[in-house]
Ligand binder design. Sequence first.
Ligand code: GDP
Length: 424
Amino acid sequence: MSNCAIVGINWGDEGKGRMVDLICADYDVVVRYQGGGNAGHTVINDYGKFALHLLPSGIFHKDVVSVIGNGVAVDPENLIKEIEYVREKGIKLSPDNLKISSRASLLLPWHKELDCLEEQRLADKKYGSTKQGIAPFYSDKYQKKTVLAGEILNEKAFFEHLLPIMEWKNLTLEKVYGAEPTTYEQLKEWYDNYCIKLMPFIGDLEYFFDNAKNTEKDVLFEAQLGALRDIDFGIHPYTTSSSTIAAYAPIGAGLPSLKLDKIIGVVKAYSTCVGEGPFTSEWFGEEADKLREEGGEFGAKTGRPRRVGSFDVVATRYGVRMQGATEIALTKMDVLSYMDEIPVCTKYKVGDRITEKFPFPSLLPAAEPITEYLPGWKTDITGVRRFEDLPKEAQDYVLYIEKAIGCYIKYISVGPERDSIIIR
Ligand code: GDP
């Protein structure tokens, strides 16, 4: 059984969905192992253009089994809507090719509401949440105040467990935020409309994976967001609430004893970031607008403009290290083709100190970028499929980044379509 994790090296949106879609035909099983509906993977293939939030990007390959692991925040409403959305576009989903871990915790109706209420309360100090309920969900998961997907299968026991949690949560809704409490009727409607429809897909994946091991199935792990958003190693507190690090993949998938064979770190040829928090190499004004337009940098989930900036060697080298990446996929090289010269942030200045190390989170707001400029290539490269056929300046850009971040760049993506790729 061979395995591989595809993970984000930076702030997310690096193009992981596109890389999973490209690579997963070589695998038998694709697993989402953390996060929830708070980020979107965009995949463009023969079926059309898709923004996936909870479903693994493996669903487009008919011989691949897609798995939603125990580490994922399973939102029954969003998941059912997403299943219906891809089915409408002709994708076949059945319990044979989509499996949900019975041990995955459910994102409950009040999690989204609490996310919104807390961001409102924080006002101009808000974290920039996507308001999908992820932070309240993970806090409750670790307080053991949610229910497992497997509990859906027994309605009576499900409500016996959930109603006391609802009463406890209503204390927060009413007494902390002055909001309306949730009622049994609302929960029952939610259960009938969404939870019941998940039943056929829910199973004990420990046995599925044992079988996969015994029958030499190859497994691909698909991450959400990037290293800099990791709950432990990211830019606290502007992180997500789950572990985005490859090392968590076997645990969040349901294969806790597995050692990863290969870790593909996905890196964008420039930087983007959604939400609040320090972003050292950020651009503003017309320059930023142009790059945002060229790269189509608008959130897959929220549609909000992404913040953009130069490639950041300091942050990326740190991300590569935290992920333990064994090879890199460099995406969106084609977007840089309009530039005369390409700025790259190579070091940070923090106070009177110049550093190549990624600073401790509380020092990050004081960091300023030190920028070098590399020659641009000013040619359309979207049709190039071999490294040797790239303009010399584009080859040099790749080799420069490879050396600076200390990891082999195996894939260079020159367009969003499945085959717009150079494999070295
Ligand atoms: P993910 O969350 O890491 O999967 O990334 P997103 O899907 O949010 O963002 C990546 C975006 O870039 C999507 O719209 C992709 O279709 C697009 N994309 C990926 N690779 C390339 C590329 O090499 N060139 C261009 N122009 N677009 C790309």
